[in-house]
Design a protein around this ligand. Structure first.
Ligand code: ADP
Length: 243
C-alpha cells in the first residue's frame, strides 16, 4: 500500500528522541533510570526490552512527558521536554501516537468513529477525516469492520484499530507499550508487521516488549534496559524475513 502522509511536504522535520544524562529518582528512593544517554533518529524502528522493573515504563513516560527527569534533558520531536511550557504540552502530545497493551478503545463508538474521534478532537477538518479514516482502516485491513463496535472485535482487531487511530493524525513518532501482550501469539507478528509498514512510511516507532521471540524474528535496533541502565543498544539481524 502506498504511504499517504497527511501533512504533505510541509511537515516539521525536527523529529527525534534524545536523552542526555538522564536519571529518574522516584521519591520512594528508587533510581528507575541512571545516567541514560540515548538517541533515536527520525524514521527508526526500535525495540525496547528488559525485565520487569528495568525502567522501560519510566523511559516511555519521559518520552511522552508524563514525568520529567530528576537530572538530564529529554528532547522529542523538536521539543525540549525538560522546560516545555504547560500550554505547549498538548501540541507536543499530538505529535506522538500511543498504542497500549489494553487497546483503550472507546466502547460506545464503532471502529470508524474510534479512529475519527481523535482527529475530530484535534480539530481536523471533516474533509481530512473523510479521506484519512478509510485510508488508515484499509492499511490495518479493517475496512469491512468499520461499523463494528469494540465488543465485537478480537484482541488482534482491537489492536489494529488502535494502530489506525495512532496513525490517523500522521504523528512523527509512535510509541507502542507492549502492544502484543493481550493478543494471540500467532497474531502478534501481524501487529509488528503493521507497525513496520507504518515505520516504512517514515514514522519513528518505539516498541516495548517482553516477547523475545518477536524481537528475534524481526531483529533491528534493540535497546535493553537493566536496573535503570542501557546494557545493550545495537542492531541485530532477524531470524525471520524483514518484510
Ligand atoms: P519496567 O517498565 O521496566 O517494569 P519501571 O520503569 O516501571 O520498569 O520501574 C523501574 C523502577 O522504578 C522499579 O524499581 C519500580 O518499582 C520503580 N518505580 C516505577 N514507578 C514508580 C513510582 N511511581 N514510584 C516509585 N517507584 C517507582
Amino acid at each position: 500500500m502506498p504511504c499517504i502522509r497527511q501533512g504533505g511536504t510541509n511537515r516539521k522535520v525536527v523529529r527525534m528522541v534524545e536523552l542526555k544524562n538522564v536519571s529518574v529518582h522516584y521519591k520512594e528512593g528508587v533510581d528507575a533510570l541512571s545516567d541514560v544517554n540515548l538517541r533515536i533518529e527520525d524514521g527508526e524502528f526500535v525495540f525496547i526490552v528488559g525485565d520487569s522493573g528495568a525502567g522501560k515504563s519510566t523511559l516511555l513516560k519521559l518520552i511522552t512527558r508524563e514525568i520529567v527527569p530528576t537530572q538530564g534533558r529529554v528532547f522529542v520531536n523538536g521539543y525540549n521536554l525538560t522546560n516545555i511550557k504547560k500550554n505547549k504540552i498538548p501540541y507536543f502530545r499530538r505529535s506522538v501516537g500511543m498504542i497500549f497493551q489494553d487497546f483503550r478503545l472507546i466502547p460506545d463508538l464503532n471502529v470508524y468513529d474510534n479512529v475519527a474521534f481523535v482527529m475530530r478532537v484535534t480539530g481536523q477538518t471533516k474533509r481530512a477525516i473523510r479521506h484519512r479514516v478509510p485510508y488508515v482502516l484499509d492499511l490495518v485491513k479493517l475496512t469491512d469492520r468499520a461499523k463494528a463496535y469494540p465488543d465485537k472485535l478480537s484482541g488482534g482487531e482491537m489492536q489494529r484499530v488502535a494502530i489506525a487511530r495512532a496513525f490517523a493524525s500522521d504523528p512523527g513518532l509512535i510509541i507502542a507499550d507492549e502492544p502484543t501482550a493481550n493478543i494471540d501469539p500467532a497474531l502478534s507478528y501481524d501487529i509488528v508487521k503493521l507497525l513496520k509498514e507504518i515505520n516504512k512510511c517514515g514514522t519513528t516507532v518505539i516498541m516495548v516488549t517482553h516477547e523475545h521471540s518477536l524481537v528475534e524474528y524481526f531483529g533491528g535496533r534493540i535497546i535493553s534496559l537493566k536496573s535503570g541502565e542501557i546494557v545493550f543498544d545495537d542492531v541485530v539481524g532477524g531470524a525471520g524475513e524483514d518484510e
